[in-house]
Design a protein around this ligand. Structure first.
Ligand code: NAI
Length: 336
């Protein structure tokens, strides 16, 4: 069985996902493309040698009879409209993060999905598909370090462009931690605070960098996440879980150790695209398999909503300097 996929948004990650679905993954075929920049679609068809129809209107693609499932990889502000349209058409939809740019937008999707009576949405949070995070979660779930008490995390990029603003440290960068740490701990956030250390001279003058986000969960776990997007040395994701009887640490990406010129060394990645490259394959294969089997199990619309609510609180905490409550409504039984 092969899943016929339509893709809306053929920019950087859209192109990568089309390549995956056409050349790497099993049981999928890209049959339709849409982008406000039509030439993007033409270029991809040429480069990848795929046979796909180009639609000038995203809604026509969603409703096209040959399209069985949709990938939404356009700009964030367009996601809500296209995901709602896919739900209305009764089609499964994989939406890159963010699910919507506001928590209310995510809630609109949650309500539409519940009204449709069937899980149709998977959000493109790929870290739960990363082998390292999965191994870390297994250690926690096995009870090997006892109950988690504290997490020390870091999300460091070598540099960012001038268009990167202080709030993007939350909405673009921390958003991945907000999702994966909830999943890792099976817990929800109850408060957020943001602290600004001395700024690096390497950051643009309008950007506060680094930042420290302090989160508290419903079970009382305290989490500190350092976000440092001009760290200069590499793309480095750290996560250390301190439990009652031991400590577990996210494995480093595989890298050859060398002894040379009086140094013992391993390389650190610099390109974020390479850090989770396998996880993107696994997440999309999971989506394809789930659509074909009729049971969606990946990051849900509720997970997209939860990340958005926590992100809103963190952005408010950035502005006020206060400890800001993260207020989540009760999880609907539909998502249990
Ligand atoms: P991009 O700017 O390279 O591509 C976006 C594409 O969407 C462009 O080709 C643009 O013409 C198209 N587009 C914009 N509005 C449209 C509309 N109304 N209808 C159809 N097409 C439209 O951006 P990129 O980096 O590919 O990011 C896309 C999304 O994927 C963003 O939401 C981003 O946050 C997310 N993303 C997620 C990552 C992850 O790690 N999960 C990594 C990179 C991006």
């Amino acid at each position: 069985m092969t899943l016929n996929i339509g893709v809306i948004g053929t920019g950087a990650i859209g192109r990568e996902h089309i390549r995956r679905c056409s050349q790497v993954l099993q049981h999928s075929r890209v049959v339709a493309l849409n982008d406000i920049n039509r030439s993007n679609c033409e270029q991809i068809i040429h480069d990848l040698g795929i046979q796909a129809e180009i639609y000038d209107n995203a809604h026509d693609l969603i409703n096209a009879p040959e399209v069985q499932a949709i990938l939404v990889t356009s700009w964030g502000p367009t996601h809500e409209e296209f995901v709602l349209a896919a739900i209305k058409a009764g089609k499964a939809v994989f939406c890159e993060k963010p699910l919507a740019v506001t928590a209310q937008g995510c809630m609109n999707i949650v309500e539409a999905e519940i009204a449709a009576g069937k899980k149709l949405v998977q959000v493109g949070f790929m870290r739960p598909y990363d082998a390292g995070y999965r191994a870390l979660k297994a250690v926690i779930d096995n009870g090997d370090i006892g109950e988690p008490l504290m997490l020390h995390c870091a999300h460091r990029n070598p540099e960012v462009g001038d268009s990167y603003t202080t709030d993007m440290a939350i909405t673009d960068t921390l958003i991945h931690e907000l999702d994966v740490l909830r999943w890792l701990l099976k817990d929800d956030y109850v408060s957020a605070q943001v602290i600004y250390p001395r700024s690096t001279s390497k950051a643009a003058s309008h950007l506060k960098d680094p930042q420290i986000v302090l989160l508290e969960t419903a079970k009382g776990v305290r989490i500190d996440v350092e976000i440092f997007v001009n760290c200069a040395y590499g793309y480095d994701i750290q996560c250390e879980v301190v439990g009652e009887s031991g400590i577990a640490r996210l494995p480093e990406p595989m890298s050859v150790q060398t002894r040379s010129a009086a140094k013992l060394s391993t390389s650190i990645l610099t390109d974020w695209k390479k850090r989770f490259i396998d996880a993107y394959d696994v997440e999309l294969q999971d989506f394809i398999n789930n659509v074909l089997s009729g049971e969606m199990t990946g990051p849900s619309a509720w997970d997209g909503f939860a990340a958005a609510v926590a992100a809103d609180a963190c952005v408010a905490a950035q502005k006020s300097g206060d400890i800001v409550p993260v207020t989540m409504p009760a999880k609907p039984a539909f998502y249990n």
